[in-house]
Design a binder for this molecule. Sequence first.
Ligand SMILES: [Zn+2]
Length: 325
Amino acid sequence: MRIEQVSPHAYAVVAEKNRLCDANSGLVAAGPGLVIDTQSDLGHARELQDLIAEVFARPPGLVVNTHEDLDHVFGNQLFDGAEIIGHRSLPERLPHAADPKRMARTVGYTKQPITGRVFRWLAPGAFAAVEQLGGDYDFAGIRLVPPTRLVDDRFSLNLDGFAVELIHVGPAHQEGDLLVHLPAERVVFAGDIVFRECTPIGWRGTFDDWRHALAAIDKLAPEVIVPGHGPVGRTDATGDVRAYLDHVENAARALYDEGVPALEAAMRIDITPFAHWSVPARLYPNVERAYRGFRGDPPDKPWNFFKLFNGMYRLAQARGLPLEF
Ligand SMILES: [Zn+2]
């Protein structure tokens, strides 16, 4: 990870890889100090704290979780003494979206010879995804700490005279999606509404919901956009995500109308304009998501992650895409 100053009071902490759980964090260095997102495990959260200490003299007093996914909340416990802020849905959603014991147990299966072999045989894609995660992260010792200050639609923070606005735009990527807006410096920490140089993926809501969230960012006219994943961007960062969503949804629509199953559709859709982004096999979950919209499935319908990762695995193998998640 590296820390990068993006405006007089704002810093982005950017993950070095750009795969599953390699999330960014941020810091607003004003008043008591506000941390945005706390990383995927305790080791990375400590690294985040060390980077923050290079630019901010005291332990930060506030933490915002941009949404409920584990890569944005698993370090919360190390910020003891800080008030944790998140959308009102987070206390209910967190145990479903970010269960540290389940993550540690699942990674453990891949590391035992017998369970590992059975897991790989039953679900090679899920095995590969969990093996990747277990290589990058250590989910031991994590205690889920939910936010205690809860945000509805909007919330204004005054950091000793420096204004920070929290704006709920979910469901789009997840239920509790919050933007962190610094109006005086035209910076938006976008959470996972914006991915850069990696293929976006989303879990709750519809493609239209996601486009509305992107439009909400554009309306703020930011000069700097710190994505949830990938390098810091400028104004065009939302346009790239929108172009991908439009492309996938349009292509998927034609194949859906022909009765082509989602995985087969993902085998056929041309992703040349986005082929340089990491994890191109996320095309499959995105096609599944588009199909959910065409069918009118409820936007909170649960996902079968085994099926999703296996589909990504098959897609990567069939199209010669990198086997990454
Ligand atoms: Zn994320």
